[in-house]
Design a protein around this ligand. Structure first.
Ligand SMILES: [Fe+2]
Length: 211
């Protein structure tokens, strides 16, 4: 009998074998999953929990690897995952693959994205709870935020962030950060300040490749 590897177990194995940041980065990923699942429960959002956890483990993988020519870590991470997914034996449906791309591409968006799936919005909010040290809550009670931070302590995560800054600002093209934090482009920014929201959703329509 063969055992089906879960997508999150596959993603965790990829993270562990490619990240130089050890437990500190793994726990950052687990905090995101904790915040996202709490936010989803609060807002009644249905999640593909295994896929969400996989996306959490892989969301910063582009900051750990350099086996693609892209100097945009989001795209480099997508290249990395896409190249390994075909041989993974996971058998993701097209919809699951699209969700994984959406989660990986939009989680750092500072502003809401029109058309974003509720699941991806939960992860986008979780990233903001994490990076604001819980000051941004999206309605999540203080006890719930504290519980996640205590279950997966930040420990030396600031060292990880320093490594990330170096990668994004020195090794990569800093201009790519616009795409990281504003994946919907200028239309996303415009839509945030105008009524009617004429922006496009993030470029998940292009699946693995950015337009
Ligand atoms: Fe992150």
């Amino acid at each position: 009998m063969t055992t089906q590897t879960s997508t999150s177990a596959w993603a965790l194995a990829l993270l562990r074998s490619n990240s130089p940041y050890g437990q500190a980065l793994e726990d950052h990923c687990r905090r995101l999953h904790g915040f996202a699942t709490n936010l989803a429960a609060q807002d009644g959002v249905v999640l593909d929990d295994d896929l969400l956890l996989a996306a959490c483990f892989l969301h910063d993988i582009g900051l750990c690897v350099r086996d693609s020519s892209s100097r945009d870590y989001i795209e480099r991470g997508l290249d990395f995952v896409e190249a390994r997914l075909a041989d993974s034996g996971l058998g993701l449906t097209a919809q699951q693959e699209e969700s994984l791309v959406e989660l990986m591409r939009t989680n750092h968006s500072l502003l809401p994205l029109r058309g974003l799936s509720p699941q991806a919005e939960m992860l986008r909010r979780a990233v903001q709870v994490e990076h604001s040290l819980g000051f941004i809550s999206f309605g999540l009670p203080a006890e719930a935020r504290a519980e996640v931070f205590s279950r997966f302590p930040r420990a030396n995560f600031n060292q990880v962030l320093l490594g990330f800054f170096r990668t994004a600002l020195v090794d990569d093209d800093p201009r790519a950060l616009l795409h990281v934090f504003l994946p919907g482009g200028w239309a996303q920014l415009r839509a945030a300040f105008t009524a009617g929201h004429s922006s496009h959703a993030a470029s998940t329509r292009n699946l693995w490749k950015s337009s």
